[in-house]
Write a new protein. Sequence first.
Length: 362
Amino acid sequence: MANLRLEHVEKVYDNNVKAVHDFNLKVEDGEFIVLVGPSGCGKSTTLRMIAGLEDISSGKLYLDGRDITAAPAKDRDMAMVFQNYALYGHMTIYENMAFSLTLRKENPNVIHKKVLAAAEILDLTAQLNKKPSQLSGGQRQRVAMGRSIVRNPKLFLFDEPLSNLDAKLRGATRREILLLHKRLEATMLYVTHDQTEALTLADRIVCMSMGHVQQIGTPIELYDRPANIFVASFIGLPPMNFFTVRVQNGTLVGERFKTALTAEEKAILAAYEGKEITLGVRPENIVEGGDIPVKVFSNENLGMNTLVHGHIGGSASASDRITAKLHGWCQYKPGDTVMVNFKRKHFFDKETTNAIWGEDKK
């Protein structure tokens, strides 16, 4: 196991484009950290700087207290699992998994024991004499993980390892990675643009946008207390609904609806009386039975739940569009009106887009 510390790490390319801004993170022994964000946000660049595949423009990187900012990749004692598996097609699975140890000229008996142990962990024992082309995508990704396991590195790095798999295999391989982490008790950093992977795998999530860290926290912290509109919109599926509203005498007044505030919500928004804010409501926090009319234009029945898409007050404006995740198999038809209520509300400053917590919640 290992701990990792990034202090004010930045990446600036030759054309003066800054890909990563002032990145700070401390990773504890055995922790599973997921870097998540849209394509181009800087998460893979950050991982590659940690691995030594990209130079760090400024800042410091420490592994177990040792400054490795300028250390070559081969001296960092890290193993990286790539999106495209990076297996040698002419080698057997055994030879692929043993390759890095063979290069080190380790004792063949030691190599054999390590490969067999890793193969057993990943359920690959029966595949060791096959070539990569004979395996499924999920099995090939397990081989790539096995190649990392035999090295017994201080740190495991995963760069979007499930992107090439179909939905069913992604789910199965995701569970295998989680079990692998628990079994090895290893320190892992994992990059993905898939929020489901982030929420299900991470001890803590680093949410990034345009090279900046937007929030670091546990999955429930990012879901339940997003720091700003970007995190609120990126984390959660379906995405959060947003509306411009005015705080007025204990009520939120939108263009086509009004909803009362609780005593706690009034206290949080005390400084915003008479001002416009952004109201965020997750689809799963919308319930039937209330005073907000939604004119339905489509349903998505998902079995235990139904996604109901509509417009507040019958408007066709995009700003009044709303998605509700209602319990059960709903039979609403286009044109029907359903009355709803907001069970949980999130508030954001209209100018800064930061969350509003109130004086006692900052």
